[in-house]
Design a protein around this ligand. Structure first.
Ligand SMILES: Cc1ncc(C[n+]2csc(CCOP(=O)(O)OP(=O)(O)O)c2C)c(N)n1
Ligand SMILES: [Mg+2]
Length: 311
């Protein structure tokens, strides 16, 4: 499957999964969808028939709250059944809201931010010590970079010259309740370079740029590589883009779900079929006046305004 098709399906599954479960993090899922799609379509070595294959690249979605994006990719790549996606975030399901290692193709549970890069760095060192050729990848959030453990791992990876380690930062400038720079400012590229990493900065929704950055990360100094992927939180549905509301809100019945689906349909790549609403949502009404938010200064007014005005 082409990465563009996979990215579309990740977004479509993401809408359905959060809608059905009344679950969170659709903005984070959309933000990382293109990164996940290029990784699973073009970059990672894996065997869906044998998820524990020793030669596989090791992958971690450290921003585990976007687990639906990973589960959707795993379903489309044959690790789990598509039908199971409908159980996401629901009691008894192994597809927990945050990433679970009980799911085939997942080696490590995530959701408590700040741990993924540490594990990925350890795996990269183990590969070197054992003479194995796999690469170790971690996708982390920019808000996650507030965690000190990220920078401990960064130092460690530099010290051991882990050129088989790739960290991708989903750089959407937002964290759960606010913009990152209102919370704790990080000069992203400069910080990683200062920690001795090979820094590549790209548009995180440009599949060609992602492929080029991730294909080979070998470099003369044997440095670990960080791909700073500039993204838009909520990318793909206009009223979810750059609005902190959609960190926790799920697409509700009515115009939110219908318009989200129809916007995705308008951008559907060739060769893809929508498993849920093949013809889109014909009944879709446009959103009521005053419900579309622009980039907000702070979380609170935006969130409560929507709850009061537009329910
Ligand atoms: C250790 C820890 N602290 C707090 C949280 C709660 N939390 C969940 S998502 C989130 C924001 C993450 O922001 P970012 O890493 O930028 O991810 P994005 O959603 O923007 O992709 C926070 C603070 C958590 N999951 N783990
Ligand atoms: Mg973020």
């Amino acid at each position: 499957m082409k990465s563009e098709q996979l990215a579309w399906l990740i977004r479509r599954h993401g809408v359905e999964m959060t809608h059905l479960s009344k679950g969170s993090h659709i903005g984070a899922i959309f933000s990382v969808a293109d990164i996940m799609a290029v990784l699973y379509a073009d970059i990672l070595k894996y065997d869906a028939e044998n998820p524990g294959w020793d030669g596989r690249d090791r992958f971690l979605l450290s921003k585990g709250h976007a687990g639906a994006a990973l589960y959707a990719a795993l379903a489309e790549c044959g690790f789990i059944d598509r039908e199971e996606l409908k159980t996401h975030y629901q009691n008894g399901s192994r597809l927990s809201g945050h990433v679970s290692h009980r799911v085939p193709g997942v080696d490590f549970s995530t959701g408590s931010l700040g741990h993924g890069l540490c594990v990925a760095a350890g795996r990269a060192l183990a590969a070197k010590q054992d003479g194995k050729s796999f690469r170790s990848f971690a996708v982390i959030g920019d808000g996650e970079c507030n965690e000190g453990s990220v920078w401990e791992a960064a130092q460690f990876a530099n010290h051991y010259r882990l050129d088989n380690l790739v960290c991708i930062v989903d750089y959407n400038h937002m964290q759960s309740l606010d913009f990152c720079n209102n919370t704790l400012e990080v000069n992203m590229a400069q910080r990683w370079a200062g920690f001795g990493w090979n820094v590549i900065e790209i548009d995180g929704h440009d599949h060609n740029a992602l492929r080029a950055a991730l294909q080979s990360t070998a470099n003369e100094g044997h440095k670990p590589t960080v791909v700073i992927a500039n993204t838009v939180k909520g990318k793909g549905v206009s009223f979810m883009e750059n609005d902190v509301l959609w960190h926790y809100r799920f697409p509700h019945d009515g115009w939110e779900y219908n318009c989200a689906v129809n916007e995705l349909h308008a951008a559907m790549p060739e060769g893809v079929a929508d498993p849920y609403t093949p013809d889109g949502c014909p009944e879709a009404q446009p959103e009521p006046d005053g419900c579309r938010h622009t980039v907000s200064e702070t979380y609170h007014p935006t969130y409560y305004q929507r709850e009061v005005d537009c329910k």
